[in-house]
Design a protein around this ligand. Structure first.
Ligand SMILES: [Zn+2]
Length: 281
């Protein structure tokens, strides 16, 4: 498979090899400083730097004289792949948003979701919260270790809930202010789990706060890691029980019931919101 992968890359960038079946991303369970990468994902200012062939992976870092430490995060089949963050970029280099690339394939999603969260944790955990000393990556784990006081910290994962609320053949869809006032995409009610709260309690609270509705039967469906910046989205299906729609104007532009056969623009199928909607169709 290595030969297939490298051949695909030589024919015009890694985007070609997305079409090659059976290439999978395998996440490393921890930091391996002696492992050298053969492919690099290059990040600048929260975007992916695109190579000369339009692909999103690089076969060398010769173009980049000034880059932060490369972190090998896993393998694409048996090819070690690292993530690198640049502190500056040459004029004219193309970039693409991370969100626009996530939907290319399950492999790209798995790779980005893991490697970008490792990169985020390196930045967030660079200094010890107890003594202020600069931390170092701990070999064999993704934790950061303080050489001064010995405290170590694992990458932060922030649990969230997202819920498909249904009423007969209708589903509740909302639009958020954060997507812009002209955005047409609708999505599901979602929010972070508060300290001391169960996931189920968070679902009831978020729906009540944002829409004023009371839920009946609630069922956990599946979860999805979401790398903005380190969420774990836990997806639920809930049945409407009672109440009229009363919007939380600070959060939402709109909330309405839509028939399952007459839906507005929705998030991409690879997102957990898209999967929950399709689960119901
Ligand atoms: Zn310390």
């Amino acid at each position: 498979m290595l030969m297939v992968l490298l051949l695909a890359m030589s024919r015009g960038g890694y985007l070609d090899c997305i079409a090659v079946p059976d290439i999978c991303y395998h996440a490393l369970p921890g930091f391996q400083p002696t492992l050298s990468a053969q492919l690099w994902l290059v990040i600048y200012d929260g975007q992916v730097v695109i190579n000369d062939q339009g692909g999103h992976l690089w076969c060398s870092l010769d173009e980049f004289a000034d880059y932060q430490t490369a972190i090998v995060t896993g393998y694409l089949d048996d090819v070690p792949v690292a993530v690198v963050e640049l502190s500056w970029l040459k004029a004219g280099m193309a970039r693409k948003s991370i969100r626009s690339l996530l939907s290319l394939s399950e492999t790209v999603y798995a790779h980005f979701s893991h490697s970008l969260q490792i990169l985020t944790s390196r930045n967030e955990l660079a200094f010890c919260g107890y003594c202020g000393h600069r931390k170092q990556p701990k070999v064999g784990e993704w934790a950061m270790l303080c050489p001064q006081c010995g405290h170590h910290t694992y990458p932060r994962i922030s649990p969230c809930v997202i819920v498909l609320v249904t009423r007969g053949d209708e589903m509740l869809l909302v639009r958020h202010h954060r997507h812009g006032k002209d955005a047409t995409m609708h999505t599901l009610v979602a929010g972070f789990i508060e300290p001391g709260e169960s996931a189920e309690q968070a679902v009831h609270r978020e729906v009540q706060e944002e829409t004023g509705l009371t839920l009946g039967r609630l069922k956990y469906c599946f979860s999805q890691s979401w790398p903005f910046p380190h969420s774990l989205m836990m997806g639920f299906h809930a049945e409407y029980e009672c109440g009229e729609l009363v919007l939380d104007d600070d959060e939402l532009c709109s909330a309405a019931w839509f028939h399952r056969h007459n839906l507005p623009e929705l998030p991409p199928d690879f997102t957990i919101a898209g999967k929950l909607v399709h689960f119901f169709l």
